[in-house]
Design a protein around this ligand. Structure first.
Ligand code: NAD
Length: 491
């Protein structure tokens, strides 16, 4: 495990010399002391990224040359697959098979953006049709500059990759600030950057606390673009900091996504996808379908089966064979989830199953898969993101009622709809005010497709070609092609 920051191609101690503890959520034991970066380290990292962008080779390489590095990173991630996945489990708590899935996605994402970097070389500049034939205009895409990337703890290396891979493909340089709850794999990305010979300063990694390392990055005048994934309150601060010098900003924030289940659905399939939508990664998923709306005539049957299946989920350390639900990431998150359940009950929710610590787990931040019902539409559990394995279930009367309830949220990240009537599914998918809608499933995520939210769930899109656009400036080059004098002043 790394003990230093990765700045300008070197491993370096934090200027203030501090560390912060990294805790294994399954054992509550401190497993490492990570370097605590502060404003002075951010200054050094941004200066290195600035130099690498303004004077270094990176933005001047061809897309194909940059793709070579991205493919080498993908290969190095794959070579260290098992080790990186185990670090992710120790840091975040998730079951090992999920962590392996994440690491494969990381390698896949670097490979995908390598392909898009190559395409930058071969795609012809777009020609813009102008109304005045004396002029011609074309569009070139150029890297945005120095990127400040700040990411959360739920998919530590994957969330970093969703920013690092497209930003590198575009020709940007970065300072990455991972979450203080899960700094381990991001630092390993520094080791991989070193191993593949990424030019110094292109990728800098500063671990540290939000206010001490994250905030100085958001307010640094030499950063051109902020790419943030995290909670709405922090996203608001990032946006406010960006406003000071009009930095470009993209935000991937929270959600309270609905899953609408019509009565013609197969109950077993519905319950399977409902559980995948809320218990995968302990429900610590921005797009988790945490509000389940079930057509009234099927409500009792689906709820009963869901409660029975949820109660059977195998809870344990992410490293134990057969675990389907690991611990919550930290004591702080654990307490927040328990408090949200308690407030929900105070406000009228009924605990159908779960609601607390499993009887056989005294140590570790373990929480039972929890199903809540009978809450009011105005209650906090129904409206606010809990970010844990807690699903709220309510009945609806008809399609219009379902769509109204689903859209009655300040969030708009994702949504899901299940029915045998595919025409109805398509209609509901279009009626949902959300950036991602799944039909007859919930959560499958593809590097090729756009990811991001409506309303307070964020600004911009990651992944796919949209993810690359986040890091590209659009420049028009317009030429006067006529031999005739322009003739405005001098006739
Ligand atoms: P968070 O907002 O607490 O922290 C996110 C990051 O911001 C961390 O690295 C943190 O250190 C940093 N930070 C904290 N204060 C800061 C400040 N003042 N200035 C700059 N940086 C600061 O979020 P979290 O608890 O780590 O993550 C959970 C949230 O992330 C949830 O709301 C979830 O929905 C969201 N999320 C969204 C997506 C998405 O794609 N939309 C994906 C994953 C997580």
């Amino acid at each position: 495990m790394q003990t230093q920051l990765f700045i300008d191609g070197h491993w370096t101690a934090p200027a203030a010399g501090g560390t912060f503890p990294v805790v294994d959520p399954a054992t509550e034991r401190v497993i490492h002391q990570a370097p605590a970066g502060t404003a002075a380290d951010i200054d050094r990292a941004v200066a290195a990224a600035r130099r690498a962008f303004d004077e270094g080779p990176w933005p001047r390489l061809s897309g194909t040359e940059r793709a070579g590095y991205l493919r080498a990173i993908a290969a190095a991630v794959t070579a260290r697959r098992e080790e990186l996945a185990r670090l992710e489990v120790l840091d975040n708590g998730k079951p090992l098979p999920e962590a392996l899935w994440d690491i494969d996605d990381v390698a896949g994402c670097f490979g995908f953006y390598a392909g898009l970097a190559e395409k930058l070389d071969t795609d012809p500049d777009e020609v813009v049709a102008l109304a005045d034939a004396r002029f011609s205009s074309s569009v070139v895409l150029e890297p945005m500059g120095v990127v400040g990337a700040i990411v959360p703890w739920n998919y530590p290396l994957l969330m970093a990759t969703w920013k690092v891979a497209p930003a590198l493909a575009a020709g940007c340089t970065l300072v990455l600030k991972p979450s203080e709850l899960t700094p381990l794999t991001a630092l390993e990305l520094g080791a991989i950057a070193e191993e593949v010979g990424l030019p110094p300063g292109v990728l800098n990694i500063v671990t540290g606390l939000g206010p001490e390392a994250g905030a100085p990055l958001t307010s640094h005048p030499a950063v051109d673009k902020l790419a943030f994934t995290g909670s709405v309150p922090t996203g608001r601060k990032v946006m406010a900091a960006a406003a000071a010098d009009i930095k470009k900003v993209s935000l991937e924030l929270g959600g309270k996504s609905p899953f609408i289940v019509f009565a013609d659905s197969d109950i077993e399939k519905a319950v399977e996808w409902i559980m995948f939508g809320i218990f995968w990664n302990q429900g610590q998923v921005c797009s988790a379908t945490s509000r389940v709306l079930i057509e009234a005539s099927a409500y009792d049957a689906v709820l009963e089966r869901l409660a029975a299946e949820a109660a059977r989920i195998r809870i344990g350390s992410g490293l134990e064979e057969g675990t389907l639900l690991g611990p919550i990431v930290s004591r702080g998150q654990y307490d927040k989830i328990l408090a949200a359940i308690a407030r929900g009950v105070e406000q009228g929710a009924r605990i159908v199953t779960g609601g607390g610590r499993p009887a056989d787990r005294n140590v570790g931040y373990f929480l039972q898969p929890t199903v809540l019902a009978d809450m009011d539409e105005t209650s906090e559990v129904w409206r606010e993101e809990i970010f844990g394995p807690v699903v709220c279930v309510k009945p609806f009367t008809d399609e219009a009622d379902a769509v109204r309830m689903a859209n009655d949220s300040r969030f708009g990240l994702a949504g899901a709809v299940m029915s045998k009537d595919l025409v109805r599914c398509e209609r509901v998918a279009r009626a949902l005010r959300a950036g991602i809608v799944w039909i007859n499933c919930s959560q499958p995520t593809f590097t090729e497709a756009p990811w991001g939210g409506y309303k307070q769930s964020g600004i911009g899109r990651e992944l796919g070609r949209w993810g690359l656009s986040n890091y590209l400036e659009v420049k028009q080059i317009t030429r006067y092609e006529s031999d005739d004098p322009w003739g405005w002043y001098i006739r």
